[in-house]
Design a protein around this ligand. Structure first.
Ligand SMILES: C[n+]1cn([C@@H]2O[C@H](COP(=O)(O)OP(=O)(O)O)[C@@H](O)[C@H]2O)c2nc(N)[nH]c(=O)c21
Ligand SMILES: [Mg+2]
Length: 328
């Protein structure tokens, strides 16, 4: 028997994972266009182990909830900034105007993407210009963000703890405001060393705000192509097993830029206009979760990966993790 066959039969003896044996994937609101494909990818993930995994997630309404138990709305990362008291009144009126002009373009189902990109660059540029020329203290964002550290999806902490334990790099991608994203993650105690936030961060000149740092992250370049040449790219480009999570259709492309041979599992959280959006989400994401305000499905995938990992490395099963090596 050659080595390939023997490793294959070893894997078989450890067990092929069947979707019907994974309770989280059999919930009524968990939809899949092609369950066989999902099953195939799960088995690739399980065989490849944690060292080949990375997770890429959107922030707003993906790590935060789309619907809270108390019904209170959750602010987006830009929304958190906009609520800060010291912003000049003209900032609010002018950024609102921009929102009303550009948001319809961003979600226009008819305009080609290439045309939209020009408008999005215009929007983020003008927004950066408005976010300039006045003093501003990060503590204002921290105060506002603290209200939303409890608005993370149920069992987000457990998800991030597992990712840390398995040393799986996590990329939180946001075309919003990075200062708010990091503040929420920090205050929720999940800004672990394996978590990297790529977003738009405030910059200062002579003690005053001076727009956003480069590179600009907008709706249509929010993917791993913007990482090329960066330290993070070097760290993750060999990790070809990828879980992508998002709530907007565009989030499904966040892994664009990784090698074509990669196996990517796209999980989409659908909440608004379920009926009208269902077909598009089903055709875009491998798994569509309808009004699911938890992290149970990504956790179930990681649990399968971890179980197999422990079978292969029994000394890890007693809770002692692999030799400490900061993932990032
Ligand atoms: C430049 N700009 C962009 N946005 C919105 O912020 C979103 C951030 O994009 P995203 O990171 O994909 O977050 P999402 O999870 O909310 O989809 C974009 O989709 C825009 O609609 C903005 N929203 C506000 N309030 N103010 C802004 O200046 C602004
Ligand atoms: Mg989102």
């Amino acid at each position: 028997m050659d080595t390939v066959d023997s490793s294959r039969s070893q894997e078989d003896s450890l067990g092929y994972v069947h979707i019907q044996d994974v309770p989280a994937l059999n919930q009524e609101h968990c939809k899949m266009l092609d369950p066989q494909r999902v099953e195939r990818i799960i088995n690739e993930f399980v065989c490849g182990g944690p060292e080949r995994m990375q997770l890429v997630s959107d922030f707003d309404y993906t790590i935060t909830k789309q619907r809270t138990d108390d019904g209170l709305p959750v602010l987006s990362s830009f929304g958190i900034f906009n609520e800060c008291k010291s912003l000049p009144p003209v900032f609010k009126t002018e950024t609102d105007k921009l929102f009303h002009k550009y948001r319809p373009i961003e979600i226009d189902p008819h305009m080609p993407k290439a045309e939209k990109i020009q408008y999005m660059i215009e929007w983020w540029t003008k927004s950066g210009e408005l976010t300039s020329g006045f003093p501003f203290d990060q503590s204002e964002i921290d105060q506002m963000a603290s209200k939303f550290k409890h608005a993370l999806r149920d069992r987000t902490h457990e998800l991030f703890e597992t990712l840390l334990r398995l040393q799986i790099p996590v990329l939180v991608f946001s075309a919003g405001l990075g200062n708010s994203v990091v503040s929420v993650l920090r205050q929720a105690n999940i800004m672990y060393p394996n978590v990297k936030v790529i977003s738009n961060f405030l910059q200062y000149r002579d003690g005053l705000l001076a727009g956003f740092q480069e590179p600009m992250i907008h709706t249509f370049n929010k993917n791993e192509t913007v990482l090329s040449g960066s330290e993070y790219y070097d760290l993750v480009h060999t990790r070809d097993h990828i879980i992508v999570m998002g709530d907007s259709l565009g989030d499904a492309d966040m892994a664009a830029g990784v090698p074509a041979s990669s196996h990517i599992m796209k999980i989409g959280f659908l909440f608004d206009h379920v009926e009208a959006n269902m077909d598009k989400y089903m055709n875009t994401f491998d798994i569509v979760l309808v009004d699911d305000q938890t992290m149970d499905v990504p956790r179930a995938l990681l649990a399968l990966i971890e179980q197999r990992h422990q079978l292969r490395h029994p000394h890890l099963a007693n809770g002692s993790s692999a030799p400490a090596k900061a993932a990032l």
